[in-house]
Design a protein around this ligand. Structure first.
Ligand code: ADP
Length: 197
Protein backbone atom coordinates (compact mmCIF):
# COMPACT_ATOMS: atom_id res chain seq x y z
CA UNK A 1 0.00 0.00 0.00
CA UNK A 2 2.25 2.77 -1.22
CA UNK A 3 -0.51 5.39 -1.11
CA UNK A 4 -1.52 4.92 2.50
CA UNK A 5 1.02 7.33 3.96
CA UNK A 6 0.05 10.76 5.12
CA UNK A 7 1.09 13.60 2.86
CA UNK A 8 0.36 17.28 3.24
CA UNK A 9 1.14 19.87 0.57
CA UNK A 10 0.22 23.53 0.87
CA UNK A 11 0.17 25.71 -2.24
CA UNK A 12 1.01 29.33 -1.59
CA UNK A 13 0.89 32.18 -4.06
CA UNK A 14 -1.18 35.17 -5.10
CA UNK A 15 -4.61 35.00 -6.74
CA UNK A 16 -4.20 34.02 -10.39
CA UNK A 17 -0.84 32.28 -9.89
CA UNK A 18 -2.24 28.94 -11.08
CA UNK A 19 -2.44 27.14 -7.75
CA UNK A 20 -5.77 25.49 -8.53
CA UNK A 21 -4.68 24.03 -11.87
CA UNK A 22 -1.37 22.74 -10.60
CA UNK A 23 -2.85 21.40 -7.37
CA UNK A 24 -5.49 19.56 -9.38
CA UNK A 25 -2.87 17.71 -11.41
CA UNK A 26 -0.70 16.87 -8.43
CA UNK A 27 -3.74 15.60 -6.54
CA UNK A 28 -4.67 13.36 -9.45
CA UNK A 29 -1.17 11.96 -9.96
CA UNK A 30 -0.38 11.36 -6.30
CA UNK A 31 -3.80 10.30 -5.03
CA UNK A 32 -4.21 13.33 -2.83
CA UNK A 33 -7.41 15.15 -1.98
CA UNK A 34 -7.33 18.73 -3.18
CA UNK A 35 -9.03 21.01 -0.70
CA UNK A 36 -9.79 24.33 -2.38
CA UNK A 37 -11.48 26.62 0.11
CA UNK A 38 -12.47 29.05 -2.67
CA UNK A 39 -14.30 26.22 -4.49
CA UNK A 40 -15.98 25.06 -1.29
CA UNK A 41 -17.21 28.58 -0.54
CA UNK A 42 -18.37 29.18 -4.13
CA UNK A 43 -20.25 25.88 -3.99
CA UNK A 44 -22.10 27.09 -0.90
CA UNK A 45 -22.96 30.33 -2.70
CA UNK A 46 -24.22 28.39 -5.74
CA UNK A 47 -26.38 26.13 -3.55
CA UNK A 48 -27.61 29.17 -1.62
CA UNK A 49 -26.90 27.58 1.77
CA UNK A 50 -26.90 29.62 4.96
CA UNK A 51 -23.11 29.80 4.81
CA UNK A 52 -23.31 30.73 1.14
CA UNK A 53 -25.58 33.66 1.85
CA UNK A 54 -23.28 34.78 4.64
CA UNK A 55 -20.08 34.72 2.58
CA UNK A 56 -21.28 35.90 -0.84
CA UNK A 57 -20.81 39.63 -0.18
CA UNK A 58 -17.35 38.93 1.24
CA UNK A 59 -16.26 36.96 -1.84
CA UNK A 60 -17.69 39.61 -4.15
CA UNK A 61 -15.67 42.29 -2.36
CA UNK A 62 -12.44 40.27 -2.59
CA UNK A 63 -12.16 40.22 1.22
CA UNK A 64 -11.39 37.24 3.44
CA UNK A 65 -14.08 35.13 5.09
CA UNK A 66 -13.66 35.04 8.92
CA UNK A 67 -11.00 32.64 10.20
CA UNK A 68 -13.34 30.63 12.48
CA UNK A 69 -15.50 29.67 9.50
CA UNK A 70 -12.54 28.40 7.47
CA UNK A 71 -10.92 26.64 10.39
CA UNK A 72 -14.14 24.77 11.26
CA UNK A 73 -14.54 23.80 7.64
CA UNK A 74 -11.02 22.37 7.41
CA UNK A 75 -11.33 20.62 10.78
CA UNK A 76 -14.44 18.79 9.53
CA UNK A 77 -12.80 17.81 6.27
CA UNK A 78 -9.68 16.39 7.92
CA UNK A 79 -11.64 14.58 10.63
CA UNK A 80 -13.37 12.48 7.99
CA UNK A 81 -10.14 11.18 6.46
CA UNK A 82 -8.46 7.88 7.33
CA UNK A 83 -5.15 8.94 5.88
CA UNK A 84 -4.35 12.59 5.64
CA UNK A 85 -3.31 12.90 2.00
CA UNK A 86 -4.18 16.45 1.05
CA UNK A 87 -3.24 19.46 -1.00
CA UNK A 88 -4.44 22.78 0.35
CA UNK A 89 -5.28 25.36 -2.29
CA UNK A 90 -6.26 28.71 -0.81
CA UNK A 91 -5.79 27.73 2.82
CA UNK A 92 -4.26 28.88 5.11
CA UNK A 93 -4.51 32.55 4.18
CA UNK A 94 -3.87 34.22 7.52
CA UNK A 95 -1.52 33.71 10.44
CA UNK A 96 -4.44 32.51 12.61
CA UNK A 97 -5.40 29.91 9.99
CA UNK A 98 -1.80 28.70 9.70
CA UNK A 99 -1.50 28.30 13.46
CA UNK A 100 -4.82 26.45 13.67
CA UNK A 101 -3.71 24.15 10.86
CA UNK A 102 -0.44 23.43 12.67
CA UNK A 103 -2.42 22.29 15.72
CA UNK A 104 -4.83 20.17 13.66
CA UNK A 105 -2.05 18.43 11.76
CA UNK A 106 -0.12 17.83 14.96
CA UNK A 107 -3.18 16.15 16.47
CA UNK A 108 -3.52 13.97 13.39
CA UNK A 109 0.18 13.10 13.26
CA UNK A 110 0.37 14.45 9.72
CA UNK A 111 3.16 16.99 9.38
CA UNK A 112 3.47 19.34 6.41
CA UNK A 113 5.65 17.83 3.64
CA UNK A 114 6.00 20.65 1.15
CA UNK A 115 4.94 24.24 0.57
CA UNK A 116 5.46 25.31 -3.05
CA UNK A 117 5.17 29.07 -3.51
CA UNK A 118 4.11 30.03 -7.04
CA UNK A 119 5.62 33.35 -8.06
CA UNK A 120 4.15 35.43 -10.88
CA UNK A 121 4.59 39.17 -11.54
CA UNK A 122 1.60 41.34 -10.51
CA UNK A 123 0.48 42.58 -13.93
CA UNK A 124 0.51 39.07 -15.38
CA UNK A 125 -1.72 37.98 -12.48
CA UNK A 126 -4.34 40.63 -13.20
CA UNK A 127 -4.25 39.82 -16.93
CA UNK A 128 -4.75 36.11 -16.22
CA UNK A 129 -7.72 36.72 -13.93
CA UNK A 130 -9.43 39.12 -16.33
CA UNK A 131 -8.77 36.66 -19.17
CA UNK A 132 -10.20 33.78 -17.10
CA UNK A 133 -13.39 35.81 -16.68
CA UNK A 134 -13.53 36.54 -20.42
CA UNK A 135 -12.94 32.91 -21.41
CA UNK A 136 -15.65 31.66 -19.09
CA UNK A 137 -18.10 34.21 -20.48
CA UNK A 138 -17.17 33.29 -24.07
CA UNK A 139 -17.78 29.60 -23.34
CA UNK A 140 -21.10 30.36 -21.71
CA UNK A 141 -19.75 29.18 -18.34
CA UNK A 142 -20.40 30.80 -15.00
CA UNK A 143 -18.11 33.77 -14.53
CA UNK A 144 -16.70 34.14 -11.03
CA UNK A 145 -18.18 37.33 -9.65
CA UNK A 146 -14.73 38.27 -8.31
CA UNK A 147 -12.88 37.78 -11.62
CA UNK A 148 -12.87 41.42 -12.69
CA UNK A 149 -9.98 43.84 -12.59
CA UNK A 150 -11.13 45.86 -9.60
CA UNK A 151 -11.79 42.88 -7.34
CA UNK A 152 -8.68 41.11 -8.59
CA UNK A 153 -6.60 44.10 -7.42
CA UNK A 154 -8.34 44.01 -4.08
CA UNK A 155 -7.60 40.26 -3.74
CA UNK A 156 -3.97 40.98 -4.56
CA UNK A 157 -3.78 43.62 -1.86
CA UNK A 158 -5.39 41.28 0.68
CA UNK A 159 -2.86 38.61 -0.33
CA UNK A 160 0.04 40.96 0.25
CA UNK A 161 -1.22 42.07 3.63
CA UNK A 162 -2.56 38.85 5.12
CA UNK A 163 -1.17 35.85 3.28
CA UNK A 164 2.35 36.85 2.29
CA UNK A 165 3.51 36.77 5.93
CA UNK A 166 2.86 33.02 5.86
CA UNK A 167 5.85 32.65 3.58
CA UNK A 168 8.04 33.29 6.64
CA UNK A 169 5.96 30.91 8.76
CA UNK A 170 6.67 28.01 6.42
CA UNK A 171 10.17 29.08 5.42
CA UNK A 172 11.13 29.03 9.11
CA UNK A 173 9.99 25.40 9.27
CA UNK A 174 12.00 24.45 6.18
CA UNK A 175 9.06 23.41 4.00
CA UNK A 176 8.92 26.32 1.60
CA UNK A 177 10.36 26.46 -1.89
CA UNK A 178 9.71 28.99 -4.63
CA UNK A 179 8.52 28.04 -8.09
CA UNK A 180 8.60 30.31 -11.13
CA UNK A 181 4.94 30.35 -12.13
CA UNK A 182 5.51 31.86 -15.57
CA UNK A 183 5.61 29.30 -18.38
CA UNK A 184 3.44 26.53 -19.77
CA UNK A 185 1.37 24.39 -17.41
CA UNK A 186 3.78 21.49 -17.98
CA UNK A 187 6.84 23.61 -17.31
CA UNK A 188 5.45 24.93 -14.06
CA UNK A 189 4.30 21.46 -12.99
CA UNK A 190 7.79 20.11 -13.68
CA UNK A 191 9.29 22.78 -11.44
CA UNK A 192 6.85 21.92 -8.66
CA UNK A 193 7.85 18.23 -8.77
CA UNK A 194 11.52 19.09 -8.99
CA UNK A 195 11.33 21.23 -5.86
CA UNK A 196 9.49 18.52 -3.97
CA UNK A 197 12.33 16.00 -4.25
P1 ADP B 1 -8.04 33.34 -5.62
O1 ADP B 1 -6.87 32.70 -4.99
O2 ADP B 1 -8.00 33.31 -7.13
O3 ADP B 1 -8.37 34.71 -5.09
P2 ADP B 1 -9.87 31.46 -4.27
O4 ADP B 1 -10.81 30.63 -5.05
O5 ADP B 1 -8.77 30.78 -3.54
O6 ADP B 1 -9.35 32.52 -5.30
O7 ADP B 1 -10.68 32.33 -3.19
C1 ADP B 1 -11.78 33.12 -3.56
C2 ADP B 1 -12.33 33.88 -2.35
O8 ADP B 1 -12.80 32.95 -1.35
C3 ADP B 1 -11.33 34.76 -1.60
O9 ADP B 1 -11.17 36.03 -2.19
C4 ADP B 1 -11.97 34.81 -0.20
O10 ADP B 1 -13.05 35.73 -0.16
C5 ADP B 1 -12.54 33.43 -0.03
N1 ADP B 1 -11.58 32.49 0.63
C6 ADP B 1 -11.05 31.39 0.07
N2 ADP B 1 -10.22 30.77 0.91
C7 ADP B 1 -10.22 31.52 2.04
C8 ADP B 1 -9.53 31.43 3.29
N3 ADP B 1 -8.66 30.44 3.54
N4 ADP B 1 -9.76 32.39 4.22
C9 ADP B 1 -10.63 33.38 3.99
N5 ADP B 1 -11.30 33.54 2.85
C10 ADP B 1 -11.10 32.62 1.87
Amino acid sequence: MTQSKNKVVIFLGPPGAGKGTQAERLAHEQQLLKISTGNILRDHVARDTELGRQVKPILDAGQLVPDQILIALIRDKLASMDNVRVIFDGFPRTQAQAEALDVLLEELGAPVNAVPLLEVPDQILIDRIVERGRQAAAKGEAVRSDDNEETARKRQQVYREQTQPLIDHYAARGHLYTVDGVGSMDEVYGRILEGMK
